[in-house]
Design a protein around this ligand. Structure first.
Ligand SMILES: Nc1ncnc2c1ncn2[C@@H]1O[C@H](COP(=O)(O)OP(=O)(O)O)[C@@H](O)[C@H]1O
Ligand SMILES: [Mg+2]
Length: 277
């Protein structure tokens, strides 16, 4: 029997009104996908395909123009501690230490100081930063800051972890080790994770399933099952199956990038025509 649906998106559409334009700009169109409890789902899409827009909708920071987002069967109506969000930029409070950054969400939950500290230390340990609790963000490397951000979003025990290109600003080696860390943490906590990236390797390495987004407007073009033996193969990135999956997703995305560039060219030449007449 498969796990219950944790997050259900159906027909999600997002339009933006653009000043000086008659027609609204459609950033997302008819996004329909389910994320099951405990699943690690990756959304991969080219830049501008509406990934961050979708994350804002999931985080309750903005509302869909139409369609529905259900968390455990109830519509997402605003931000809440049932969802932990990790952004590309570290978004840590610079005047707080690593530990008190992690305690932030716990304060909102009304948890007492000693208990907060105990939980913060537990999550510092989980992300491999025990001993760094008293450091301020500027005293931490980029990778360490992102570990703190992950610990902070996990510490208040959200139902779902939403991650928007959290490793994109890191160097390749740090990124790969944080990917392994994240898989370890996912297994240890059993959280439902929706991870957004434009990186194909990252998507294949992390996801149980990878949803491929089209560009402008973003739609789900395909959902690919990732049947990799991560456990049994210490160098799974070099495996034949990894290459096949990467190629498959690359092909799906490549069509999209080519289409987006075509659209851009068309828009540019329309612009040029209108400025020259
Ligand atoms: N508040 C907004 N108003 C108007 N357009 C927006 C707004 N937010 C995003 N967009 C547009 O929506 C599209 C998708 O943006 P975004 O979700 O940031 O894409 P991605 O994260 O996939 O790179 C872009 O063309 C962007 O310019
Ligand atoms: Mg983005």
């Amino acid at each position: 029997m498969s796990a219950p649906v944790k997050l259900a998106l159906s027909g999600v559409r997002k339009e933006f009104r653009v000043r000086g334009e008659r027609e609204a700009f459609t950033a997302l169109d008819d996004i329909t996908v389910d994320v099951r409890a405990g699943e690690f789902l990756v959304l991969v899409g080219p830049s501008g395909s509406g990934k961050s827009t979708l994350l804002d909708l999931l985080g309750g920071l903005d509302k869909p123009t139409s369609g529905q987002i259900l968390l455990d069967g109830s519509p997402v109506a605003g931000p809440g501690l049932d969802r932990g969000v990790v952004f590309q930029q570290y978004a840590l409070l610079p005047w707080r230490t690593a530990r008190t950054n992690i305690e932030f969400g716990l304060e909102a939950k009304g948890i007492r100081r000693r208990e907060r500290r105990r939980i913060a230390d537990e999550y510092l340990d989980l992300v491999g930063l025990s001993g760094f609790g008293d450091r301020y963000p500027h005293e931490l490397s980029g990778g360490m800051k992102q570990r703190v951000a992950i610990a902070r979003s996990l510490a208040f025990d959200p139902e779902v972890l939403l991650m928007d290109e959290p490793f994109a600003a890191l160097d390749a080696q740090t990124r790969e080790s944080l990917q392994d860390e994240l898989l370890r943490i996912w297994k240890a906590t059993g959280k439902t994770i929706l991870f957004i990236t434009h990186g194909i390797d990252e998507a294949v390495y992390l996801g149980q399933r990878v949803a491929v987004l089209t560009s402008r407007p973003g739609r789900v073009k395909a959902v690919v099952d990732i049947d990799l033996d991560r456990e049994g193969d210490p160098d799974v990135r070099s495996s034949e199956r990894f290459r096949e999956l990467r190629h498959h997703i690359w092909t799906l995305l490549h069509d999209e990038v080519a289409r987006a560039q075509g659209l851009e060219q068309a828009a540019l030449s329309a612009d040029r025509r209108s400025t020259h007449v």
